[in-house]
Design a protein around this ligand. Structure first.
Ligand SMILES: Nc1ncnc2c1ncn2[C@@H]1O[C@H](COP(=O)(O)OP(=O)(O)O)[C@@H](O)[C@H]1O
Ligand SMILES: [Mg+2]
Length: 472
C-alpha cells in the first residue's frame, strides 16, 4: 500500500501547497486527509485541525462519492494519470459547494502509489450563473413556443429555429422542414430586397410587411419585427411574424365599400339634381324642334348629347340604388340597333366604322332592355376610347349552341396590357384621365344577373369582348 511521504524539495513543495489559491489536499488510500491547505479550509469552512480528523468521504456529497471507487481504479491501474470532474462537496454548515476537482496519484521511485493529490476549485458562482442562464433560456423557449405569433431565429439569413405557430403559419409539417434553410426560400421574390444584416444585429426593425409563400403555394401578407438576440452563444436575430392577410383583405374591402358608398351617394345626388332640369330641357327642346326651322344637324347633335347625359345618369343610378329590374322578352337586334344609333355621332367623330354582323331570325331573349343597353354602351364606348386613330368595330350576334346567344364586340384599339387584364372589372380601375373605372364592373354585374357569361381577350391588335346570354 502507500508508503512514507518523501519529497525531493520538501520546502518548495510545502510553500507551493500552502500558498496555492486553489484548495489542495493529500489523501491517503484509506480516504484520510493527510494534509490540507488554507484555501481548501476556506472553501469548506473548517479549521485545518478539524479537517485533518476527517476523511474525504465526510466532505464529499453522497451522490458524487459513488464515483470515487471508479476513479481510484483508473488511477491505480495506470489507465489515467489524472482525473477531472465537477462535483459537490459539503460545507461545514451543511450546504452544497460545487467544485472543479482534479486528482492524481503520486508514486515513489519504484512506482508504488504513495498518496492522492487533489485540487479543488470553488465554482458555485459559475454554476449558479449557468443555472440562471439555463432557467432563463428555458423560460425564453417556453414563451416563444406559446406565442400566438410565429417566431424564427435567424443567423446569416438562415433559420436556426422556428416555433410551432410559425410552422403552422407557413403550412409546413415539421420544424425541420424549415430549420437550416435560407429565410428567402419562403419570401415572395418581389419582396426579396434584403434587410441589412448589420442593421438587424444593431437594432430592432419593424414592423415591416413582406409577402410570404406558404408550403401550399398561397401568398400571405406577413408583418415582421426583428430584434437582435443571442442564440446558442452567438449573435442572432429574433424575428416575430404575424399573418395579416385577413386584416389586409378586410381593410381593402372597407376602403372599397367606403369608396362605393361615397360614389353611390354622389350618384344619387347627381341623378336627382341633374335629371330634373334635364327632363325640362329635353321637353322644351323637343317642342322647339317642331316649331322652329333651324339647322337640322344642330338639333340632332343637341338631341344625341342630351341622350348621352341621360345614359351617364342611368349608369350612376345603377350604382346608387340597386333597383328592382323587370325582365321581358326582347329582340336583341333592336336593342343593339338602338345603342348603335346612340353612339353613331361619337364614333363618326373618331373616324370609327361600326360594322354589324347579325344572324337573321334570332330568337327573343328574356332580359332587362335598359340594363343590356347600358352593357353594350359601356363596351362600345370603351372600344371607341381605345381607338384614337380610328378603325373598325365589329358587332357580331349569333346563336350559340341551342340555348344561348353570343354577342361579340371586336375592336382594333390599343388593347389591354396583360398585366392589367386581371384588374379589369375591379371597381375604380381606370387608365383614363376622365374614367370612372365603373363601366366594366357594372357590365359584369348585369351580365351575371342575366345568368350570362363574359370573356375578354385582348392583344396589342385590339380587344374582343364576348358575351353569352341564355335564351330563357
Ligand atoms: N376595349 C378596350 N380596349 C382597351 N382597354 C380597355 C377596353 N375596355 C376596357 N379597357 C381598360 O379597362 C379600364 C376600365 O374600363 P371601365 O371599367 O369601362 O372604366 P373606364 O372606361 O371609366 O376607364 C379602362 O380604363 C381601360 O384601361
Ligand atoms: Mg368605360
Amino acid at each position: 500500500m502507500l508508503g512514507k511521504i518523501t519529497l525531493d524539495h520538501p520546502q518548495l513543495f510545502i510553500q507551493a501547497f500552502e500558498n496555492s489559491a486553489i484548495g489542495m489536499a493529500l489523501i491517503a488510500a484509506s480516504g484520510e486527509l493527510l494534509k490540507v491547505n488554507q484555501a481548501l479550509c476556506c472553501i469548506l469552512g473548517y479549521e485545518e485541525h478539524e479537517m485533518l480528523k476527517l476523511k474525504i468521504f465526510d466532505i464529499t456529497h453522497p451522490d458524487d462519492s459513488e464515483n470515487d471507487l471508479h476513479i481510484v481504479h483508473l488511477l491505480l491501474d495506470g489507465k489515467e494519470h489524472s482525473y477531472h470532474s465537477e462535483r459537490r462537496y459539503i460545507h461545514k454548515d451543511g450546504y452544497e459547494i460545487w467544485a472543479l476537482m482534479s486528482v492524481s496519484l503520486v508514486r515513489d521511485e519504484q512506482q508504488n502509489p504513495i498518496f492522492y493529490i487533489s485540487q479543488i476549485q470553488d465554482i458555485s458562482n459559475r454554476r449558479r450563473t449557468e443555472e440562471k442562464l439555463r432557467e432563463g433560456e428555458d423560460r425564453y423557449h417556453r414563451i416563444v413556443e406559446e406565442s400566438p405569433d410565429g417566431v424564427i431565429i435567424l443567423r446569416e439569413e438562415r433559420c436556426l429555429f422556428i416555433n410551432q405557430t410559425g410552422v403552422e403559419m407557413l403550412r409546413f409539417k415539421e420544424k425541420h422542414d424549415i430549420v437550416g434553410r435560407p429565410i428567402y426560400d419562403f419570401v415572395h421574390p418581389d419582396d426579396h430586397h434584403r434587410l441589412k444584416q448589420r442593421d438587424m444585429h444593431k437594432d430592432s426593425i419593424g414592423p415591416i410587411e413582406k409577402r410570404f409563400i406558404r408550403m401550399d403555394g398561397k401568398v400571405i401578407d406577413v408583418e415582421l419585427k426583428t430584434i437582435p438576440t443571442i442564440y446558442q452563444d452567438k449573435p442572432a436575430v429574433h424575428v416575430i411574424m404575424r399573418d395579416i392577410s385577413e386584416r389586409k383583405q378586410t381593410q381593402d374591402l372597407i376602403i372599397n365599400s367606403e369608396k362605393l358608398t361615397i360614389a353611390g351617394q354622389l350618384a344619387a345626388g347627381i341623378a336627382h339634381e341633374v335629371r330634373n332640369p334635364l327632363t325640362a330641357i329635353k321637353g322644351f327642346f323637343q317642342m322647339m324642334e317642331k316649331d322652329l326651322k333651324g339647322n337640322k344637324m344642330y338639333f340632332d347633335v343637341i338631341s344625341s348629347e342630351i341622350n348621352r347625359i341621360e345614359t351617364i345618369l342611368n349608369e350612376l343610378l345603377v350604382l346608387a340604388r340597386p333597383q328592382k329590374v323587370k325582365y321581358e322578352r326582347k329582340n336583341i337586334e333592336v336593342i343593339i340597333n338602338h345603342v348603335i344609333t346612340l353612339l353613331k355621332t361619337q364614333s363618326n367623330l373618331n373616324s370609327i366604322e361600326l360594322i354589324k354582323s347579325i344572324e337573321p331570325n334570332l330568337p327573343f331573349i328574356q332580359c332587362n332592355e335598359n340594363q343590356l343597353k347600358q352593357v353594350f354602351i359601356n363596351f362600345l364606348k370603351n372600344s371607341i376610347e381605345a381607338m384614337e386613330n380610328g378603325g373598325r368595330i365589329t358587332i357580331e350576334i349569333r346563336r350559340h349552341l341551342t340555348e344561348m346567344i353570343m354577342i361579340r364586340i371586336i375592336d382594333q384599339g390599343s388593347g389591354i396590357p396583360e398585366h392589367l387584364l386581371s384588374k379589369i372589372g375591379e371597381p375604380f380601375f381606370t387608365t383614363k384621365e376622365q374614367g370612372t373605372g365603373l363601366g366594366l364592373m357594372i357590365c359584369k354585374n348585369i351580365i351575371e344577373e342575366h345568368k350570362g357569361n363574359l370573356k375578354i381577350d385582348s392583344s396589342s391588335n385590339g380587344t374582343k369582348v364576348e358575351i353569352l346570354l341564355p335564351l330563357l
